[in-house]
Design a protein around this ligand. Sequence first.
Ligand code: SF4
Length: 355
Amino acid sequence: MDIQELKRKIEFINSYKERVNIMEVCGTHTMAIGKHGIRGLLASNINLLSGPGCPVCVTPDHYIDYIYDLAVNKNCLIATYGDMIRVPGTERHISLEKAKALGAEVRMVYSSLDAVKLAKENLEKRVVFLGIGFETTTPPTAIAVMEAQKLGLDNFYILSMHKKIEPVMRLLLEDEELKIDAFLCPGHVAVIIGEDGFKFLEEYDCAASIAGFELDEVINGLYSLILDLKSNSTTIKNVYSAVVRKEGNKAAQSIIEKYFCAEDDYWRGLGLVKNSGFKLKKEYSKYNIEEVFPIDHSNLEKRKNGCQCGEVLKGKIAPDQCKLFGRGCSPESPVGPCMVSGEGSCAARYKFGNY
Ligand code: SF4
């Protein structure tokens, strides 16, 4: 998009005079909005809210306590993507980083198959891969289980913290306090579930567009939303069609369906959300670490350190409205996951300011 076209679209967005709440539910969008200074380009009535789109951030504290216990007390080797390492549990001293300092085996991996390789090389240990993320990262976890099966490994497990986007978007739309008028739908998830995966939004009086992550792609997404709001249209729009197909990625959908089923799951700040988690099907339970060491959910929301990540994730407060923001909580010394994660709303606000 050339600069004149970009300017024209921004002017059009700003010509909308009513207050409008537009939520993004994707950590990559949160970072893109900050990085490109998109808030600073928009009129103050165009209110961009960040929702529960960061996978690390939505994982509740008591899961971190559980993983810490697996590493420190249950002699498990934990294989994880990098962002999870510094996330604190119910107490600030509980984290995988701290577990590692105590001598526990915590390895950072770049793919789920690296975790299978670790299991193959450490047959005397239970190797637990932390499955985290939305529909986008669930297929690689399924592929890891498939590979462990193929290799006949008895020491490979997963902890599935994978989440479904639809139930939580419904929950947010039904929250009367939030009053969401439009969603900027997550481009990565849309690659998997397709345009059709967001059709449910048409049941609500809500505009929605699927957008990419570059400056012009986000502006295109917002432009499409304002067009719809002006014309009272609530048909889902796909402005990321070079990447997102109407039906999504059928192969990825079928591998999710083969290995996982939807169950009620816990989210930070949102509690137990019906059918919102991907859990391994019964026939693959030998790979489910929760079958070996059940998780205690009674610690949900036990944290009392002033962190308001739960409110930030619901879009009820902006990151800099948390009283610890920049005063006790910073990327160097994070109190909550939204400041730890490279896709967290607090980290984005800290790095880029309110722009
Ligand atoms: Fe939690 Fe820090 Fe964000 Fe406050 S600024 S909500 S303490 S992560």
